[in-house]
Design a binder for this molecule. Structure first.
Ligand code: HEM
Length: 275
């Protein structure tokens, strides 16, 4: 098929696909895995070599079989049903549109979506080159690792914390990542509860270590019982620079939504200069 161009017809198709995605994601309750797919296609970007990024390459077996992508074939197949109805739309645009819609239908902020992801400033086209394994973050590692990975994408400390707030949705599956459980009590609702829980646990454990308030500690254990915190979530309250944002987002959901929408847009446009 000839490379598509972003004209009125393409934009119309995007709007139709957006509507189909809204209905599909709501009926299947699959917002979390669709968001994770969008992030894993985009999160391989390398700002220095201008390789990887939201270019649709995750559709290839070579890439979706990377350990970090375990389970994402389900989301790729979901997207395929939309692609069949709207073949004009590139995979690169489709995966990012699915991520934006996933946040929207679960109550999160509206994220600007600009279609027309290009390869190396040329035509609007999906990439057929897969990045090597190892570009996505390892949940068992600490603050320096998160910075190495996100700075390589050209993103900042604020982006790291805001985007980690996506863990307000979904859960970990032992057969995919080795971790288990949801981060929040309502894993299909996009809100700031991920930060509220991180903030509570950290401030309470500080008080407990100062031998204060046993009642509060019991309350807290009730609040966070059975909920997940990856090592890479915990570092967000241990590192002072990250923690500034955790504290802000725990107290002010509007600030989180505003920063999340900006960081998500940046992530979804890595290596792509919108027209
Ligand atoms: C799930 C790690 C950042 C969105 C997961 C899982 C891990 C993980 C281990 C569990 C996968 C499974 O077992 O199914 C990390 C690490 C990050 C990170 C180390 C570094 C900061 C992000 C970002 C986003 C995101 C930036 C989106 C903007 C999600 C979602 C799920 C998830 C929505 C739930 C998927 C589901 O329920 O199927 N992440 N993640 N994560 N991640 Fe992340």
């Amino acid at each position: 098929m000839a490379a598509p161009i972003v004209d009125a017809e393409y934009l119309k198709e995007i709007e139709k696909a957006r509507r189909d995605l809204r209905a599909f994601i709501s009926s299947k309750n699959c917002a979390p895995i669709m968001l994770r797919l969008a992030w894993h296609d985009a999160g391989t970007y390398d700002v220095h070599t201008k390789t990887g990024g939201p270019n649709g390459s995750i559709r290839f077996e070579e890439e979706y079989n990377h350990g970090a992508n375990a389970g994402l074939k389900i989301a790729l197949d979901f997207c395929e049903t939309i692609k069949e109805k709207h073949p004009k739309i590139t995979y690169a645009d489709l995966y990012q549109l699915a991520g934006v819609v996933a946040v929207e239908v679960t109550g999160g902020p509206t994220i600007d979506f600009v279609p027309g992801r290009k390869i190396a400033c040329f035509t609007i086209q999906d990439s057929s080159v897969c990045p090597k394994e190892g570009r996505l973050p390892d949940a068992k590692k600490g603050a320096q690792h998160l910075r190495d990975i996100f700075y390589r994408m050209g993103l900042s400390d604020k982006d790291i914390v805001a985007l980690s707030g996506a863990h307000t949705l979904g859960r970990a599956h032992p057969e995919r990542s080795g971790f288990e459980g949801a981060w929040t009590k309502e894993p299909l609702k996009f809100d700031n509860s991920y930060f509220v829980l991180l903030f509570l646990v950290k401030s309470m454990s500080e008080k407990i270590s100062m031998r204060m308030n046993h009642c509060h500690s019991e309350l807290l254990q009730g609040e966070s019982a059975g909920l997940l915190k990856l090592p890479s979530d915990k570092v967000l309250v241990e590192d002072p620079e990250f923690r500034r944002y955790v504290d802000l987002y725990a107290k002010d959901e509007d600030a989180f939504f505003k920063d999340y929408a900006e960081s998500h847009r940046k992530l979804s446009e890595l290596g792509f200069t919108p027209p």
